[in-house]
Design a protein around this ligand. Structure first.
Ligand SMILES: NC(=O)c1ccc[n+]([C@@H]2O[C@H](COP(=O)([O-])OP(=O)(O)OC[C@H]3O[C@@H](n4cnc5c(N)ncnc54)[C@H](O)[C@@H]3O)[C@@H](O)[C@H]2O)c1
Length: 258
């Protein structure tokens, strides 16, 4: 897909990887809807896109406040973007959260703490249900419009099972599985579905990991450092642009294996 002039929604675009992806897509002439539940950083990201970048002809960017966990808000988001930018060409299903905790913590016959059901459900609500809601809405618009399109899901290296991330690993494995299902189901409508699985990247999400654990994680990365957001965003741009990349999860992780 040529990105110039294309209408693309990026969820979780207020900061981190989503913001960088949105900026890169705007730079390539796309019309980008930055969607996020956190209004203050969203407006900063919107201003950043408008002011810092010289938007090429055909390009545009606009911020939309929406919570990807809420079905009605997702429906309204896609409708508003359609009114502003026309039929949807691509979705980057990027919004995500972590709530890290061991399943059970303790030793010598004593259990000091357990992962809460509330934390588990919060992660699944954003990282799995939110991806489902946005993917379904994007597919609905694309099938009705009969113009095809691309859905790019953001999974994670943690989908293989990372200590302290029961819910996150399960959700991201679910995202990888949904990617394959949707690629098979939607191909007949001309819709391509693929995912990227970033390794540990230099964003707020990783900054929240305690320093000692973060140092151990970085030591296990053959590349010897965290990914820069622009390196992950480049992978997203590649997947959006390459029409033969379909139904697969592109790992971009500095060589790290979990
Ligand atoms: N940073 C990493 O190391 C890493 C690695 C692998 C995968 N990922 C994935 O990449 C994506 C982006 O991560 P990041 O590091 O940029 O995180 P981040 O915390 O910097 O940004 C996430 C964005 O998602 C938004 N968001 C959260 N819940 C939302 C909701 N319910 N509705 C709408 N927006 C919501 C937040 O407001 C935030 O702007 C996530 O899906 C994450 O799981 C990140």
């Amino acid at each position: 897909m040529q990105l110039q002039g294309k209408s693309i929604i990026v969820t979780g675009a207020a900061q981190g990887l989503g913001r960088k992806m949105a900026e890169m897509l705007v730079e390539r002439g796309a019309r980008v809807a930055l969607a996020d539940s956190d209004e203050r950083p969203l407006r900063e990201a919107e201003r950043g896109c408008r002011d810092a970048l010289s938007i090429p002809a055909g390009g545009a960017c606009r911020g939309y406040v929406a919570d990807m966990r809420e079905e009605a808000e997702v429906t309204e988001l896609f409708q508003r973007v359609r009114e502003d930018f026309g039929p949807l060409d691509a979705l980057v299903n990027n919004a995500g959260i972590t709530r890290d905790a061991l399943l059970v913590e303790g030793g010598e016959g004593l259990v000091a703490a357990r992962m809460s059901l509330d934390d588990f459900r919060q992660v699944v609500a954003v990282d799995l249900e939110g991806v489902f809601l946005c993917g379904r809405e994007a597919a609905t618009h694309m099938v009705r419009d009969r113009r095809g399109g691309v859905i790019l899901n953001v999974s994670s290296i943690s989908r293989c099972g990372n200590v302290g991330q029961t819910a996150y690993s399960a959700a991201k494995a679910g995202v990888a599985a949904m990617t394959v299902v949707w690629a098979k189901e939607l191909a007949r409508h001309g819709i391509r579905v693929a995912a990227i699985a970033p390794g540990f990247s230099d964003t707020r999400m990783v900054a929240a990991i305690p320093e000692t654990i973060r140092a151990r994680l970085v030591a296990a990365i053959p590349a010897g450092r965290l990914a820069r957001p622009d390196e992950i965003a480049e992978a997203a741009v590649f997947v959006l642009g390459n029409d033969y990349f379909n139904g697969r999860v592109l790992e971009i992780d500095g060589g790290m294996r979990l």
